[in-house]
Design a binder for this molecule. Sequence first.
Ligand code: NAD
Ligand code: TYD
Length: 351
Amino acid sequence: MNKTILITGGAGFIGSHVVREFVLKYPEYRIVNLDALTYAGNLENLKDIEHLHNYTFVKGDITDQHAVLAIFQEYQPDGIVHLAAESHVDRSIVDPMAFVMTNVIGTVNLLNAARIIWKDNFEGKRFHHVSTDEVFGALGNEGYFTEETKYDPHSPYSASKASSDHFVRAYHDTYGLPIVLTNCSNNYGPNHFPEKLIPLCIHNILNNKALPVYGDGKYTRDWLYVIDHAKAIDLVFHEGKNGDSYNVGGFNEWQNIDLIKELCKQMDEKLDRAKGSSAQLITFVKDRPGHDLRYAIDATKINKELGWKPSVTFEEGLSLTIDWFLSNQEWLEHVTSGDYKKYYDNQYKDA
Ligand code: NAD
Ligand code: TYD
């Protein structure tokens, strides 16, 4: 094995796709997946690759500085791809401190451990921080987020991610730690946890439950198929310029209400239901406080400098996603049993 790469949060939605990409593409690397297996972490996401010789799973919590350092000392990673996070805006409104702990403190623990084991000798080393476009705040009807857009986070989630981004840059500027950052738009695809809009609606359509649309449904997000995000992370980790950040997006904006209607249309066809039947489940509910109107990424830099672009259209990606959920209903049943029910009943009591 010529390199050890430690991926945090590799049992989560995006992390599991990043782990798979690295394990399969780089058999010469040892890939260590460090994950606390919170409600969002699920080893079922990695069933197909967990037996491979270059993959190791370590259960650990990044908020525990001693545990993090011990893991770094044991595995001596050359590179870190950091995805572990509390990731859901609605949960951050209910419990902001969990977001401070994992997203801020956890990130600083990883940065410190990297400095300690690399002993300020950074040749061949790299810390890749995976972040979100939500750090840039909200756009009006026009314009795009570029790498130069000023940070202006509004939710406790985006504030915690913005803080972690600043710490990563501060360790580069202060200690010379080799870093890259990616700020990506909304992902969707296989293994997406059904607290987020698309998998929640797929789950509810399957169960004939209301599709809760916050406010007037005119909020806009830029959606990217998760495997395209994983490929962008691989590219930036290996070829991105030290100290730089790269915006990653799908060039694919949808108002929530139009997206849900498209989803309903595809679900009716795939489930052989009467045209228009899923759309009848659409229910407008109380808005999310501080709801950002629009996110849209200008991904010119990663396209021009590294040659990355999305590989599937939204209609194809959505179709692949629905097919995955239809063939993995057992996965959906597992993740929606237990605590999910409590979360759902509390979050959607008015729906
Ligand atoms: P997720 O919630 O599906 O997964 C997070 C993973 O981190 C889980 O496996 C969980 O067990 C693990 N984790 C949480 N707290 C931990 C802790 N204290 N110690 C160790 N592991 C812990 O999240 P996701 O949607 O896959 O997002 C991954 C990363 O990508 C996050 O940093 C998120 O901010 C960023 N991101 C997400 C999106 C998106 O659309 N989901 C878009 C852009 C950026
Ligand atoms: P979400 O999937 O939570 O991602 P994010 O908040 O990180 O963008 O939400 C996507 C959009 O869908 C956002 O505008 C909020 C909206 N939304 C609903 O209208 N209903 C829902 O039940 C959820 C979860 C989200």
